[in-house]
Design a protein around this ligand. Structure first.
Ligand code: TUI
Length: 309
């Protein structure tokens, strides 16, 4: 399989695993990279030394390329950005903001920089700043989202920039892969399907809630605070949305969600915790290895693209 992204990153298949907070740990990243995709460690809000340990553990499990996702709302983002360089990580993706201030340091160190963007304007800005590619992430995604759908965002970004574009949001099988390629993408990024991978360390309750989820089982919290987050509906989202509608303050809402993703992922509290997942959760029905997931997507996607149905 050759696309501009497999060439850029030196990987076998154009499949990238999302850098999901608490979920994208070294086990998952290494498994995806060993299966020929690009695994990512999600630095999220972890302290820089924890990120360093995760990188070192991934290096023990794979000799294939893997990357780190730097979440820009993290107050420690600058230290994490430096750790990535010190550890010789070759690829960085960023989320939830602009990585402009870290770009010169990463470029100088030869790190491939791939910002996740949710608009054409941001994609253009990132290209100007030296990004090697962008992930165009639609609002079908789980977690922190923008407002455009994958179907509309990908072709508009493809037309607006000359660097390769990776499509994300609502992709979980060969049909999504083929559709993304038809829109002009050079690779896909998937999060939700990898959450239920065998190598994913999330609590069994989280995996089961995701497997049971149907097409319309997610909600977006935080529209009013400017931090929209897609999560599966539960007691927490019902309370949150009720409070949000009643005009609760940012601080009150934060209190409700503080530590809530960790609660769901680590403790399996899928009632009061934050079960981030994309709208494609309804399509996901079983736990499989990363190698099985990647083989399914690429084989079926390529058949569709070449008219072998
Ligand atoms: O980053 C994500 N998804 C995430 S991060 C996350 S951790 C978190 N947990 C609780 C509260 C807040 C965050 C969970 N999910 N996806 C990439 C992404 N980036 N989606 C949208 C954007 C984005 C948004 C605005 C990128 C750039 C941007 O620009 C704003 C600016 O600074 O101009």
């Amino acid at each position: 399989m050759n696309t501009r992204i497999t060439e850029l990153l030196g990987i076998e298949y154009p499949v990238i695993q999302g850098g999901m907070a608490w979920v994208a740990e070294h086990q998952l990243a290494a498994a995806v990279s060993n299966a020929g995709g690009l695994g990512l460690i999600g630095a999220a809000s972890a302290p820089p030394e924890v990120v360093r340990e995760e990188i070192q553990k991934a290096k023990e499990l794979t000799d294939k390329p893997f990357g780190v996702n730097v979440m820009l709302l993290n107050p420690n983002a600058e230290e994490v950005a430096k750790v990535v360089v010190e550890e010789g990580v070759k690829v960085v993706t960023t989320g939830a903001g602009s990585p402009a201030k870290f770009m010169p340091m990463w470029k100088e160190a030869g790190v491939k920089v791939i910002p996740v963007v949710a608009s054409v304007a941001m994609a253009k800005m990132m290209q100007k700043g030296g990004a090697d590619a962008v992930v165009a992430e639609g609002m079908e995604s789980g977690g922190h989202i923008g407002s455009a759908t994958t179907m509309t965002l990908v072709p508009q970004i493809v037309d607006a920039v000359s660097i390769p574009v990776i499509a994300a949001g609502g992709i979980a099988d060969g049909r999504g892969y083929a559709a993304a390629m038809m829109l002009g993408a050079s690779a896909v990024q998937m999060g939700t399907r990898f959450v239920v991978a065998k190598e994913s360390i999330v609590h069994e309750n989280y995996k089961q809630k995701l497997i049971k989820a149907k097409d319309i089982d997610s909600e977006v919290t935080g529209m009013s605070t400017g931090h929209p987050i897609r999560v599966l509906r539960n007691k927490m989202t019902r309370e949150y949305l009720k409070m949000e509608q009643a005009g609760a303050s940012f601080e009150e809402l934060e209190l409700l969600t503080l530590g809530s993703l960790r609660k769901a992922v680590m403790e399996g509290d899928v009632v009061n915790g934050s079960v981030m997942a994309g709208q494609i959760a309804g399509l996901i029905s079983k736990e499989e290895t990363c190698a099985e997931i990647i083989r399914d997507i690429v084989e079926n996607g390529e058949k569709l693209l070449h008219g072998v149905n």
